[in-house]
Ligand binder design. Structure first.
Ligand SMILES: *[C@@H]1O[C@H](CO)[C@@H](O)[C@H](O)[C@H]1NC(C)=O
Ligand SMILES: *[C@@H]1O[C@H](CO)[C@@H](O)[C@H](O)[C@H]1NC(C)=O
Ligand SMILES: *[C@@H]1O[C@H](CO)[C@@H](O)[C@H](O)[C@H]1NC(C)=O
Ligand SMILES: *[C@@H]1O[C@H](CO)[C@@H](O)[C@H](O)[C@H]1NC(C)=O
Ligand SMILES: *[C@@H]1O[C@H](CO)[C@@H](O)[C@H](O)[C@H]1NC(C)=O
Ligand SMILES: *[C@@H]1O[C@H](CO)[C@@H](O)[C@H](O)[C@H]1NC(C)=O
Ligand SMILES: *[C@@H]1O[C@H](CO)[C@@H](O)[C@H](O)[C@H]1NC(C)=O
Ligand SMILES: *[C@@H]1O[C@H](CO)[C@@H](O)[C@H](O)[C@H]1NC(C)=O
Length: 380
């Protein structure tokens, strides 16, 4: 009897919570969100690429262990990823669907459906980034942007003014660049490779993607520059490889050469965006400094907003840093919320949530010149 009473009370409470959530439901802050980039924001495009192998897929356990459906979806996370979490802050239930799952279901992507996710794990700013690591195939940024612009052309043919208006009010969210840095370290193309020249090539590519999206009607860009990629468990393991001894380890115990690239790239992306906003009328943007955010978390991991206790090891994977890779037989940590890294390359749901929140509400510390909430505000 008592236990039935408790069950009833719990059920009633659940119902009330659900009603409260429904009551609070408001329309999203933007008509649509379009997502571009790599595995930090891919929600399943790579599941549909025949020549993309397990290195760049997340459609097997233990991915998704904390997702509401408790199964892998293609997100490189234990649960939701950065695209979902930013979408949620905008008032959507999660990221818009991956382009390739719409096409697989023979659905024609509609303009009015809240957006599309074009992102692909392994992709980079350069077209050559991805295939040689992923077994042959990723959706490059060139393909992702081209896929959007061809859809936008179709939408404009269907209804010119509505399409232009909706696209101009939508959010274009881009998170890319880490894989270019990883490959630059892993495959030094020439003995005297020139880092500055390489970073300039990345920024030149970035510029052309943003100009193409602008030409297709995009006006509101939320951009995140690569984080301290040298602190990923995979790169930490390289820096501490016992056969080579600690090499180029920085103050956080990470691969210094990789982190240096991230630190140099951020201000270049900032200058690029500022220049474009002066050149392109009504273009507006919000740039997240993921290097600054990572510095902050590594320096003060026990901040009450997150209380991270494990900054080095991946939650899923064997080896000193979890660099062995995550799969159904890999060791899994107990409390995922206390880990920064989920697998050897990707943050936990708890860590990406910190980034999403910052992008949305930061007041000038790590997000400039305005945050995403300000970016999506209606313009007079
Ligand atoms: C995926 O393909 C790449 C490139 O061919 C290869 O190096 C890697 O080991 C493959 N990964 C898996 C899990 O098969
Ligand atoms: C997306 O881009 C790729 C590469 O350009 C192309 O092969 C594919 O047909 C495009 N898909 C759509 C739906 O536009
Ligand atoms: C275009 O969109 C507007 C606003 O949604 C709608 O009123 C109009 O009927 C549409 N026109 C066509 C041809 O679909
Ligand atoms: C990284 O940059 C710092 C400061 O510019 C420099 O002292 C250090 O040698 C660099 N480390 C590596 C591994 O390139
Ligand atoms: C960018 O957005 C901010 C905040 O909503 C606004 O004050 C500013 O005028 C916008 N800039 C442009 C060029 O639209
Ligand atoms: C972090 O720990 C503090 C103190 O124990 C607690 O009040 C807070 O709720 C915790 N934060 C999270 C995100 O768990
Ligand atoms: C599965 O993960 C474990 C632990 O990281 C690793 O040792 C093993 O090689 C992985 N298996 C495959 C098939 O990749
Ligand atoms: C899990 O970790 C978070 C963050 O460190 C902490 O706030 C929480 O209390 C932990 N939960 C358990 C059950 O230990």
């Amino acid at each position: 009897m008592a236990s039935r009473g408790r069950a009833f009370a719990a059920g009633a409470l659940f119902l009330l919570l659900e009603l409260a959530l429904q009551g609070a439901a408001e329309p999203p802050l933007v008509p649509a969100m379009f997502v571009f980039g790599d595995s930090l924001v891919d929600v399943g495009n790579n599941n549909h690429l025949a020549r993309c192998n397990a290195s760049c897929r997340a459609d097997y356990p233990r991915y998704g262990v904390d997702h509401p459906c408790h199964s892998p979806t293609g997100r490189f996370s234990n649960g939701y990823n950065l695209a979902d979490q930013l979408a949620q802050l905008l008032g959507f239930p999660e990221s818009p669907p991956p382009l390739l799952s719409l096409l697989k279901a023979r659905l024609v992507p509609q303009m009015s459906s809240g957006g599309i996710n074009f992102a692909s794990g392994g992709a980079g700013l350069l077209d050559r980034t991805g295939p040689r690591v992923c077994g042959g195939e990723v959706l490059s940024m060139t393909a992702q942007v081209g896929n959007f612009t061809s859809l936008a052309r179709r939408w404009r043919r269907e209804n010119r003014t509505t399409a232009a208006d909706l696209i101009s009010r939508s959010l274009f969210f881009i998170s890319v660049g880490s894989n270019d840095l990883f490959e630059h370290i892993a495959f030094p193309s020439a003995p005297n490779r020139n880092d500055i020249r390489f970073l300039q090539d990345l920024v030149a590519s970035y510029t052309s993607y943003i100009k193409d999206l602008y030409a297709a009607g995009a006006r509101k860009f939320s951009v995140v520059s690569p984080s301290l990629v040298g602190c990923c468990p995979s790169q930490r393991a390289l820096a501490h490889d016992p056969s080579k001894g600690p090499i180029g380890v920085d103050k956080f115990g990470c691969l210094g050469a990789a982190n240096n690239l991230s630190r140099q790239l951020h201000p270049m992306v900032a200058d690029m965006l500022q220049g474009l906003s002066l050149e392109l009328p009504r273009m507006n943007y919000s740039l997240g400094d993921a290097v600054g955010m990572a510095d902050f978390v590594f320096n003060s991991p026990s901040t009450p907003a997150y209380n991270f206790t494990e900054l080095e090891r991946a939650c899923c994977g064997s080896g000193e840093f979890g660099e062995g890779g995550c799969n159904g037989s890999a060791p899994l940590c107990g409390n995922r919320s206390s880990y920064v890294f989920w697998d050897r390359f990707h943050p936990t749901e708890a860590a990406s949530a910190v980034t999403a929140k910052e992008l949305f509400v930061d007041t000038g510390l790590f997000v400039r010149p305005i945050n995403v909430q300000q970016l999506v505000a209606p313009q007079p």
